[in-house]
Design a protein around this ligand. Structure first.
Ligand code: SF4
Length: 475
């Protein structure tokens, strides 16, 4: 099965999945309405977006210098900095740190980079127990799934699914216990995870931002799980990518103000932690060692390409929440670590257009993703760029022949007008009194899902001519 065919099968399955459709129906009332409220309450919201875009662009333009500054300052704060060109190298660095720490249990807070490098499987293959401590991540880990959203990994699940999963997996607890409310389920997850935090030898977090001037990582969560993950085990690993840098703490501020507002509709995330190196002698708690892994995995190449603006991304998920395609099919149908508009642009850049170019088709080009992106990434034009590259690499002779014929016709207005008149007359005749075509020659894939309205009246060219005749030439 080709990638495109597999994607289409995934889409059909998602559309037919009633439970998923119920879960996705909550997105507009939750994240979308929340962002709208925050935007309305903050007069400088649009100005902040421009500031955020400029900070990210400036950082990317001088990324080499800021990376070196970050390394210098992180090392002088006591961290060890590791550079990883590929996913393999990053996995190997994590494994060697864990082996050196004699790790048997590893606590993790949510990290899309760890999904990108398939870290859990690599650790588990070495007989290490990995425990996801973000509630959503914990749920999908129990179910053996990948995240379906970059900030709400279990958005495809409803409360009943969670209760069923807990009853199945927490089999040391009373089977007849009450799991009727989210509060009870959260309390149960908390008590199970507390044991894991205390047992963990290594804690792995991502980083929302890295600060060059201080060598710090900024990590935000709503559950406080990253704080326990980084402070209870003896070793803390920050697994992140080279594009997460900002020059100064002051530069991080506008990005943090936008992040929660764009993501969940909160004014600020509940826990925002700035971590600079391991525990110092005067500290009450904290890890004995701190390692920062800076993964490239294709980003240097991306930096030199027309797709560089995608590296501005702060992973807020707003483009997904506002995307009519994502909201219809959810994240799993994309079969990609990063779903939605951000995934449709980033994944072909990381995996290659042959592997993931088809994802750019998952867009109506309505532009809502671009309107809400807090760092003003031109997602639509980049999606179009991937479509062009995917088309250039494809052997779709039907589309090529059609487009070649259309170009020849479009260059000859008289012939185009005649062809349009003939086509309109034929389609109207085929549609009959109902004015609807159930099948369209050369357009079967379109009419498989919907009817095609037959042309009404005359052609656009004829209407235009009539208007010029009646009202004079257009100004
Ligand atoms: S592309 Fe923009 S809207 Fe989408 S996740 Fe990234 S920052 Fe957020």
């Amino acid at each position: 099965m080709t990638k495109t065919a597999a994607f289409e099968a995934g889409v059909s399955a998602a559309l037919a999945n009633e439970a998923l459709q119920h879960a996705l129906a909550d997105v507009p009332a939750g994240f979308v309405a929340g962002r709208a409220r925050q935007k309305a309450a903050l007069p400088e919201f649009e100005g902040l977006r421009r500031t955020a875009r400029d900070i990210r662009d400036h950082t990317l333009a001088h990324l080499d210098a800021y990376l070196e500054e970050f390394e210098r300052n992180a090392v002088s704060a006591g961290s060890t900095v590791h550079w990883a060109a590929t996913a393999d190298e990053a996995r190997e660095v994590v494994l060697s740190i864990c082996r050196a720490a004699g790790a048997r249990t590893i606590a993790k807070s949510k990290s899309m980079v760890s999904e990108e490098i398939a870290l859990n499987a690599a650790l588990e293959a070495q007989a290490m127990e990995v425990v996801e401590t973000d509630l959503g991540e914990y749920l999908i880990q129990l179910r053996g799934e990948r995240p379906s959203h970059i900030i709400a990994p279990a958005i495809h699940l409803r409360a009943g699914d969670v209760a069923d999963e807990f009853r199945l997996r927490h089999d040391h607890l009373d089977a007849s216990r009450d799991l009727a409310t989210p509060e009870v389920m959260v309390a149960e997850a908390r008590s199970v995870l507390r044991e894991k935090f205390l047992a963990a030898d290594v804690g792995i977090t991502g980083a929302n931002f890295l600060v060059a001037e201080t060598g710090s990582a900024i990590i935000v969560t709503n559950e406080g799980n990253a704080d326990l993950t980084m402070s209870l085990p003896k070793v803390h690993i920050v697994l992140t990518t080279i594009d997460k840098l900002v020059p100064t703490l002051a530069d991080a501020w506008p990005l943090l103000r936008l992040l929660a507002r764009s993501a969940t509709g909160q004014a600020f995330t509940a826990y925002t932690t700035i971590v600079t190196g391991p525990r110092r002698p005067e500290d009450d708690a904290g890890p004995q060692s701190c390692h920062v892994i800076l993964l490239d995995n294709g980003r240097s190449e991306l930096l030199q390409s027309e797709f560089r603006p995608i590296l501005r991304c702060i992973r807020c998920g707003a483009c997904m929440n506002h995307c009519p395609v994502y909201c219809a099919i959810g994240g799993h149908a994309y079969d990609s670590v990063y779903p939605g508009p951000i995934g449709a642009v980033l994944t072909p850049a990381l995996a290659g257009v042959g592997e993931a170019g088809h994802l750019a088709q998952a867009s109506t080009f309505c532009g809502r993703c671009e309107e809400v992106c807090p760092v003003e990434i031109p997602l639509v034009s980049m999606l179009r760029g991937w479509r062009e590259q995917a088309f250039a690499a494809s052997d779709d002779w039907r589309s090529r022949t059609f487009l070649r014929a259309w170009v020849q016709l479009a260059k000859r207005p008289r012939a185009y007008g005649l062809a349009a008149r003939i086509a309109a007359a034929i389609l109207s005749a085929l549609a009959g009194a109902k004015g609807i075509l159930r099948r369209l020659p050369f357009g079967e894939r379109w009419t498989r899902q919907r009817d095609f309205p037959a042309p009404q009246g005359t052609t656009f060219q004829d209407l235009w001519k009539r208007r010029e005749r009646d009202e004079g030439p257009a100004p």
